[in-house]
Design a protein around this ligand. Sequence first.
Ligand code: GRF
Length: 216
Amino acid sequence: MNKMKIGVLISGGGTNLQAVIDSVKSGYIDAEIAVVISNRKGAYGLVRATENHIEALFVSAKECANVEAYNHKILNKLKIRNVQLVVLAGYMKILSNEFIDAYPNRIINIHPSLIPSFCGMGFYGLKVHQAAIDYGVKVSGATVHFVDKIADHGAVILQEAVEISDTDTAETLQQKVLKIEHKLLPQAIKFFCEGKLKVIENESNRMITKILDTPN
Ligand code: GRF
């Protein structure tokens, strides 16, 4: 049987991408990373992909007239490679409606907080962790979720918490959370590839993810 094809979008260092690459290599995830695409030329994640013999593309937004045209370009690159699952692993660009409609509940994002806390527009990178520390919460964590048309809003797949100590800074909290991210993201992808994720609407009209024991 053909393996599920994954496309990973990145903007930066790609430690989450590395966790996914390692999980595919070890056989934990039964899939193939068909392509890694970055909106930033110097993203180290592109080097990680190339070193692992995965096609790595830089797609510049500068050559596109608007957000829609840029997304259309990336979408085409995914489609011609028969990508079935899109993973946002630290991807800092907005997805267009056309893009999201092309992959309904087939785009997975990782966010470094316990959604619905410290998420949405403007919450990225160290800002997320600084906001958690400034608020004085005692736990934060990571969330893997499906992507819908509202930022950090789609059905939650997996979450795990970390404790925040009095001595934590945004930087130390980021490192603690990244450790969890590197576990949760591969796990969510594994479940997806095994057909174990089912998105349903609950009684509060909220889309939620059920994790099935046996494939759908
Ligand atoms: C991670 O914290 C992820 O949750 C967020 O962007 C960061 C990417 O880190 N969406 P890396 O590039 O995977 O190291």
